[in-house]
Design a binder for this molecule. Structure first.
Ligand SMILES: [Zn+2]
Length: 322
């Protein structure tokens, strides 16, 4: 690990104080508009928001509003000017320089176990732009992109939830990343109407299954769990993204856990990497992000522009959804 920028840290700014054994679950839900999220019934996410925060997050200007670049930033803590993922089809050689946060944790703390499970195969396997997570991970078969219809994605997301819940309940996983993709595909195929809202609600049910698995752990009372849930970009009314409109460039993030509160709103996709590592006392000095709550207001303005905390469009923009 010569020259590795990641090491155990005692700097207060890079350490999150946890009283009990730390665990982190990061859940990615692809392509969910912030206003559509508000229109959907999402009791599991609401619970996380109540215990911590839920905030719109502007996709950083260095990243296109496309899955590959943004999930690569989530995995590596750097933007597309460094990881060079600019779309979904090409795996750039530059990405190989960046380990995902679960691999960095295992390098610093070899005794710890981690999990990645995702229905979109490029997140966890060598296909198209992948693997975006250097550790790779579990994917359902067949690949839902082959049929790319609602049924194939519902089955794939259900399989991911079942697999991840079983492991979360029974194994001692330090950091897990779990991903659901059906809402994004529904928007691409049919727009952001009633079917999209239903897809978002099914993803929330899957999130609930993960949270119930954690609550059922035999030593739950001796563990500190940080839960982070996020999307990568929004969608146009008719479905589609990659452009510069507010509905495409507005993502969101929710989190609960030790040290997080309703005041912890200044977060960016690149912050997940240093925050999860900080929980385990591992500094992420090469990252473009900072642990949640560490971002100065001035820097936050510079990085994200003044529109970050502006609600995206009108809550009634999702034509036909209600
Ligand atoms: Zn996406």
């Amino acid at each position: 690990m010569d020259g590795c920028p990641y090491e155990l840290s005692s700097e207060p700014s890079t350490v999150v104080d946890v009283m009990n054994e730390p665990h982190v679950l990061v859940v990615g839900i692809d392509g969910v508009r912030f206003d559509s999220l508000g229109a959907a019934a999402t009791p599991a996410l609401d619970r996380i928001a109540r215990e911590g925060f839920l905030t719109p997050v502007r996709v950083h200007e260095k990243n296109a509003t496309i899955s590959g670049p943004v999930w690569a930033t989530v995995a590596t803590g750097v933007y597309a000017d460094r990881h060079r993922v600019t779309g979904n089809s090409h795996h750039p050689v530059e990405l190989s320089a960046f380990q995902d946060f679960t691999e960095v944790l295992r390098a610093a703390r070899p005794e710890l176990q981690t999990m990645i499970a995702a229905s979109w195969h490029p997140l966890a396997t060598r296909t198209e732009c992948g693997p975006l997570f250097s550790s790779r991970g579990w994917v359902p078969m067949p690949d839902p992109e082959e049929a790319n219809d609602a049924d194939s994605w519902v089955r794939a997301d259900d399989a991911v939830a079942e697999y991840a819940a079983r492991r979360l309940k029974t194994e001692n996983l330090a950091i897990s990343f779990v991903y659901f993709g059906e809402a994004d595909v529904e928007a691409h195929n049919n727009g952001t109407g009633a079917g999209y809202i239903s897809a978002i609600e099914r993803c929330d049910s899957r999130l609930n299954a993960l949270l119930e698995a954690i609550e059922a752990r035999p030593n739950r009372h001796d563990e500190d769990w940080t839960i982070i849930v996020l999307t990568d970009h929004g969608h146009l009314d008719a479905g589609g993204h990659g452009g510069e409109t507010d509905v495409e460039r507005t993502a969101w993030m929710a989190a609960s856990g030790t040290g997080l509160s309703s005041g912890s709103t200044a977060v960016n996709h690149a912050d997940i990497f240093p925050h999860t590592l900080a929980i385990f006392g591992v500094a992420a000095r090469g990252s473009d992000g900072v642990p949640f709550g560490a971002r100065q207001e001035a820097r936050h303005e510079t990085l994200q522009g003044p529109r970050l905390n502006t609600a995206p469009a009108s809550p009634h923009n999702a034509a036909g959804s209600r």
